[in-house]
Design a protein around this ligand. Structure first.
Ligand code: SF4
Length: 217
């Protein structure tokens, strides 16, 4: 965390957490209200200059399924909600196809502010912003994480492997070892509709894992 972010949180009276030297992170203390307030006022990276508003996340805070995307685009920045354009409609349709309403899951992004011209997030922006995402995951404690797209997959798995090689496996994220599945970003599928069949296989895999976790629970 840099000085600017520390000052921002201190000004809000919000406790500051630090990353451990190991891969595990300290358990942050922010509740939902304080976390959302911290995101709303965050100026930790330069993306705050261009945003209309921050895009915190949306959905059921007791969800068993959490979807993690990349960063807000134009419509998300305008409306303050992740996945609301055509890509959002496709995500909603894919969820429906596995008998999940959008309102039943929680949806968030790696970055909470829109990068200019929707460029890829920079490593320093990811480093600054992902403590917010990690706290969201810790608060929700979902049974399953689904990373949609290369950027989310690369952050959560700490890898640079091609997304096509990452699909079709179960990974485990964080010290709580939350199961994690990787699939295509819906915006990619809009540009590459031939891969929708593979994405459908991924979502069936997601459905199967959720059913299995219900049986185990
Ligand atoms: Fe803060 Fe994240 Fe927005 Fe950067 S992208 S200003 S770290 S909320």
């Amino acid at each position: 965390m840099n000085k600017q972010q520390s000052h921002c949180l201190a000004a809000l009276g919000i406790p500051i957490w630090q990353l451990r030297k190991t891969e595990e992170k300290t358990e942050p203390l922010l509740d939902w209200d304080r976390l959302q307030q911290a995101v709303t006022h965050c100026t930790a990276c330069s993306l705050h200059h261009g945003r209309t508003q921050t895009v915190f996340g949306v959905g059921n805070r007791q969800a068993d399924l959490m979807i993690i995307g990349e960063a807000p685009g134009f419509y998300e920045d305008q409306q303050g909600e992740p996945f609301v354009g055509r890509a959002g409609q496709l995500l909603t349709a894919m969820l429906k196809a596995i008998q999940r309403e959008r309102s039943q899951v929680y949806i968030a992004n790696i970055l909470k502010c829109r990068p200019p011209q929707n460029r890829d997030p920079q490593p320093e922006e990811v480093a600054q912003c992902t403590p917010f995402l990690d706290r969201q995951i810790a608060l929700i404690q979902p049974k399953l994480l689904v990373a949609v797209g290369r950027i989310a997959a690369h952050y959560l798995l700490n890898t640079k492997q091609a997304l096509s090689q990452l699909r079709g496996h179960i990974y485990h994220y964080g010290h709580k070892k939350i199961p994690l599945i990787i699939t295509y970003h819906p915006a990619y599928l809009l540009r590459n509709p031939r891969d929708k069949a593979q994405a459908w296989q991924d979502w069936l895999f997601v459905k199967g894992q959720l059913l299995a976790s219900d049986v185990v629970a």
